[in-house]
Design a protein around this ligand. Structure first.
Ligand code: FRU
Length: 507
């Protein structure tokens, strides 16, 4: 369970005190500390990272900001770290964009390109809309500690100025009042802010990003309510030519596999209210380690999402030292129909294909027992892609393992009609009592052939099944890299076309 913000803040202050010791250890044993460093996912060079923030595309560059505690590897006084990429895959960390100030630390939020200078900061200014969180006011327990504020940049995100009129949306008395995601709504010609308010979402409208009017509230008696709602996002997508709106809501705890997770709703938005098309609860990613993700602004019809590859249940305890936390792979979001129902799919962005090489393919592959692909992946240093296209709908598993006997299983269970990731024997699991579990995702696709794409990056696996209808993300910490790969089936099984390929990336 996520620790109260106050407790974590105190932990961070303690950690600050012993920071030099941690750094000292790192110098003597650098290899060990970099053992779990993702190679083709973004992670900060040093310190703590949680939610991705303020993602915006401008002049050929994708900006990724993120919740960052630069001075410690546990959550603490939040800054906005910053990284830039031209292809959503190779990230270059930049100077910290936003520092805490007299109004508080800098919690999650979004950024927009203000093309028409509605806010008066300049044409095409980047405007960040974020939550100021005051730890002093939180302690006073008035409930007024979270307020929405602005900062702007007129040099493509290099330097930022906080707006002198902050906060622009003061707290009306709601304890959890945070994570503004702002977009321009063309039909109603206004900015819409989607804000997490306890266990609902409140929509606000504004002509200029500075004055905000409450429009409506969504979320009572629908969706999952096992924890606080955080980091929402609202955007449009079409399916078979029909326009829809998608509302993403992260929730902690209360995810389908414990702890943090992100649910979504498909429906209609008219510039005032969101009305869902369905009553059932759906998850963007059923695995334990994709949280607080939102989409990039200013990417036109393309919707690109990135999440935090972690879970508040153990985020402060995962066994890395120099840094803690990473982002998921950037994912393209689309809508797909299954029967009459419309689902949100996530697939790795196509830019990833540029770094996939040395592909080994076996077509129409029949297996029985263990099909050992270890020699194919030995030299890949734990980072590769595995794809199965057109496998029979029978139970089978993909096993990643090392010579210590540690393993992680990613599979399909025919009887339950579920995909699963089992990390119960994956190496270091006892830093948190619930970490070593088997997690499941329902299969949503109906066809008799399965499709699975796995991205493995040293200490994480992302499963995109059936073109992104069932998705799971899971981190793991083996004592030696998983350099063995097997596909296992008790009976005879056609796994279709199998591809295993290196992911070539230099940090
Ligand atoms: C989600 C979250 C946000 C908050 C931020 C603080 O992980 O709790 O609601 O703004 O993290 O770091």
């Amino acid at each position: 369970m996520k620790k109260s913000i106050l407790t974590i803040f105190s932990m961070a202050i303690l950690a600050l005190g012993c920071d030099s010791k941690q750094r000292g250890d790192g110098e003597n044993d650098m290899d060990d500390h970099e053992q779990y460093r993702p190679q083709f996912h973004f992670s900060p060079k040093n310190g703590w990272m949680n939610d991705p923030n303020g993602m915006v595309y401008l002049n050929g560059k994708y900006h990724l900001f993120f919740q960052h505690n630069p001075d410690s590897n546990v959550w603490g006084p939040m800054h906005w770290g910053h990284a830039i990429s031209e292809d959503l895959i190779h990230w270059e960390e930049q100077a910290i964009a936003l520092f805490p100030d007299s109004l508080g630390t800098i919690f999650s939020g979004s950024a927009v390109v203000d093309k028409d200078n509605t806010a008066g900061f300049g044409e095409n200014a980047l405007v960040a809309i974020f939550t100021h969180h005051s730890h002093e006011v939180e302690e006073a327990k008035t409930g007024l500690h979270q307020n929405q504020s602005l900062a702007y940049s007129t040099d493509e995100g290099k330097t930022w100025t906080k707006y002198e009129g902050n906060p622009v949306l003061p707290n009306p008395g709601i304890w959890d009042f945070r994570d503004p995601k702002v977009m321009w709504h063309e039909n109603s010609k206004q900015w819409i802010m989607t804000l997490a308010t306890k266990q609902t979402i409140t929509f606000y409208g504004s002509p200029d990003l500075k004055q905000w009017t409450r429009l409506s509230e969504f979320g009572e008696n629908i969706g999952a309510h096992g924890g606080v709602w955080e980091c929402p996002d609202l955007f449009s997508l079409s399916v078979d030519g029909e326009g829809k709106w998608v509302l993403i809501v992260s929730i902690n705890p209360g995810g389908p596999n414990g702890g943090s997770a992100t649910q979504y709703f498909v429906g209609q938005f008219d510039g005032k209210s969101f009305v869902p098309d369905h009553q059932d609860t759906r998850w963007l990613d059923y695995g334990p380690d994709d949280y607080a993700g939102i989409t990039w602004s200013n990417t036109g019809d393309r919707k690109v999402f990135i999440g935090w590859m972690n879970n508040w249940q153990y985020a402060n305890e995962v066994p890395t030292e120099a840094w803690r936390g990473a982002a998921t792979i950037a994912r393209e979001l689309e809508l797909k129909k299954v029967g009459e129902d419309v689902f949100l799919t996530s697939t790795p962005v196509k830019e990833l294909e540029h770094i996939v090489e040395d592909a080994h393919t076996e077509n129409d592959l029949m297996i029985e027992g263990n099909h050992d692909l270890s020699t194919k992946v030995k030299s890949f240093e734990g980072k590769y892609l595995l794809e199965l296209k057109g496998a029979d709908r029978e139970s089978f598993a993909v096993k990643l393992a090392n010579e210590l006997g540690e393993e992680i299983l990613i599979g399909y269970d025919k009887q339950q009609n579920t995909y699963y990731i089992d990390r119960s024997k994956s190496g270091k699991i006892d830093f948190e009592s619930d970490f070593g579990q088997r997690h499941e995702a329902p299969r949503i696709a109906k066809g008799e052939k399965l499709q699975m794409k796995l991205l493995i990056d040293v200490a994480s696996v992302e499963l995109f099944a059936d073109d992104g209808l069932s998705v799971m993300t899971s981190v793991f910490f083996p004592n030696q890299v998983f350099d063995q790969l097997l596909v296992q089936s008790s009976g005879e099984l056609n796994v279709g076309d199998l591809t295993v390929a290196n992911i070539q990336h230099t940090l």
